[in-house]
Every structure is written in structure tokens, then in C-alpha cells.
Design a protein around this ligand. Sequence first.
Ligand SMILES: *Cc1c(COP(=O)(O)O)cnc(C)c1O
Length: 398
Amino acid sequence: MRMPDKKGYFGDFGGRFIPETLSFCLRELEESYFKFKKDKRSLRELDFYLKEYAGRPTPLYFAGKLSEYLGIKVYLKREDLLHTGAHKINNTLGQIFLARHMGKKRIIAETGAGQHGVATATVAARFGFKCDVYMGEEDMRRQKTNVFKMEILGANVFPVRSGSKTLKDACNEAIRDWVTNVKDTYYLLGSVVGPHPYPLIVRDFQSVIGKEARSQIIKKENRLPDYLVACVGGGSNAIGLFHPFFDDKKVKNIGVEAGGLGLSSLNCASLIKGKVGILHGAKSFLLQDEFGQIKATHSIAAGLDYPGVGPEHSFYKRIKKACYVAVSDKEALHGFKMLSKLEGIIPALEPSHALYYLKKIAKKNKGSLVILCLSGRGDKDLDIVREKRGKIKDKDKG
Ligand SMILES: *Cc1c(COP(=O)(O)O)cnc(C)c1O
């Protein structure tokens, strides 16, 4: 059984729920992608850039001090060491080669934390594409440095002022642009979300994480891990890690979602609190109110601030292939400090959620072998951490 099926379904999830105007764009993309996958020359060249430009393979680092502290054996898949500071470059490099293969001249993208925008602007610069990025105004405020980086790289950043002024609103704008300009424009999507074939394309390009990790852990430990742990925004770093282990029945997958302000308000955890619905062209779990309207999310990590999750994760949840949990802002900050202090590695706030969850695994299953996807580094988040720490200190005083 190959997933997704011909119509882009992972079990009941995924598919293509789109206006007629988009169906040409997506059919063209799908056909081109299957041709691209047989284009040996392009694939060899992509491999070269993943290695020499992005910095693959990334180490699978045994975090000895963290392991000793927790009482479990933790390996970190070091996507934080990649060019532009996160796993996003795996996908943007892959898709820029696909765009070139399709003969497109212009790239558009949406971005939340700005990481995907930077990774897109980076490859657009390198391969000579015009690049326009849509970003929510609120996210632009939170991630000023990334906005500046995109501009330095030659991209235009358009502020989106509708709705909650975050990622989902930026997605809407990008789709509007694509429908109007599809002839010369490639829409470079940032995660395993959206209509078929995007969840498939992004998963394939991110699977390099799990492929490497699987052979690395076998070399180092001579066995498969007990757990794979990754944070889930749209779900691309997580599915990239999980997918190559799909047939390994004993490996347990854990996806860590953002719980926002606390466990009583699980307001970002689509897979825990969400209902099945349709967002941005695919059927999946998403956060909606009693009238089926999409709910605004809140998380300390802009990259996890998305009301939906990729359809393949909904499928994993349904067949119990993965378990999904939520970690709050405060707990994520704890994870952030723990890795910084113990290992001298400052993580992004997104994987800090996953890092915190290691404590829960350690409590129940001492001695287990864990691979955690360290999806990005923390430089982009330092202002947010400083601001939060200030608030917590003020509270202690008062
Ligand atoms: C964007 C981002 C995420 C969330 O995206 P996924 O598609 O869920 O992987 C996680 N970590 C970092 C560092 C990011 O930049």
C-alpha cells in the first residue's frame, strides 16, 4: 500500500479541496513532480547541493550529559547545523530544483516564523529566481531579523494584515497570488500541508532526515531506537523523521504540538483538540470553534502557530502509528534552558517543546533509546526568550 493514494489521500485524510481555478496548477505540479523524480541528473545535482551547500548529512549526536541527567539515551538529529539554521532548507532546495525543472521564473511563499521565508529567499537567490514572500504582520513584528534577512537576499516581503495576521492568513494570500500568476510562478510551500501533491512532495524532500538517522543509529547502537520525537507545526520535520521508519513496527513515534499558555488551553494542539475539517485544500485535524470556523492559535514558537496539521499526521493518529502530545510555552522554555545549559546547544523554541517531552519519557521508561529531531537553532528566538524571562522575574518580585 503506497501512501498517499492516486488522489492524494492518506487513509481518510488529505486530498484536494480546492476551487476549480487551482486544479490546473496542482495537476501540472503533480505531473511535473513524478517526471522530476525520474530525472537522474537533477537528483544528482540536488544531492550535491544538499551536501556542499546545506551541510548534509547532519550528525546524529549522542547528547551524553543530557542523557545522564534524564536517565535515557538521547541522540539529537542536528538539523540546527544546516545552512539557514533549520530543516527548512531540505525542502526549499528540493522544490527550487522542481521549479527549475518546470521552467518557472518566479517563486512565491508564505512564512510564519520567517524560517521558511529565509530558506526560500536563500535558494531563490542562489538559483536566480524572483522571490515574493507573504508574511503576517504580527509574525513580521516577532521575527524582524528574518524579515531583514529575506530583504538582504533580494526577496520582497509583503505584510498580510487580514485575520490574526499570522501564518494561515499569509497562506491565503499566497494561494490568491498563485491562481493569478501560475504561468511563470511556482508556489513553494513550507510544510506537509495544503492540497495534494504538496504533503507528498515536502515529505519526500524532508525524509532525508529519517533516512540518515536510521542508518546512523544502526551504525552507532546496532539497533533501532525505541522512540522518535519531533515537534509538529505543519509536521514536516516530524514526518521527515518518522517516514523512513514506517515499517519498523516497534519504533514509537511521538509528535509534540504547542500547547500555548498552558494545558488547560491546548489552543495550538490540532491533533489533540482539533476536529476533522478542511483548511488550505486538505482534509485533516484542525482547530475550529463550534461553528466550524478556524480558531486563532497562540504559541511562543511562531513556527508552531498554525491551526492545522499535515494530513499524514492525521492518518498516523487514526491508525495509532504515532502519539501526539502538547507542551506549553512555559515547559518549552524549560526545554530550551535544559539543552543550552547541559549540552551547550541553544535550540529553537519549536524543538524546545519536543526537548521538554523527553522528561516525560524518562519518567516512564528509564534507559530507553531516543532520537529527537533538533529541527533548528535558537538564534532567531533570543528576544522572545529574554522578554519572557523578564516577565517571569517581574512576577516573582511582585
Ligand atoms: C518551521 C519550523 C518548525 C515547524 O514546522 P514543521 O513543518 O512542523 O517541521 C519546527 N522547527 C523549526 C526550527 C522550524 O523553523
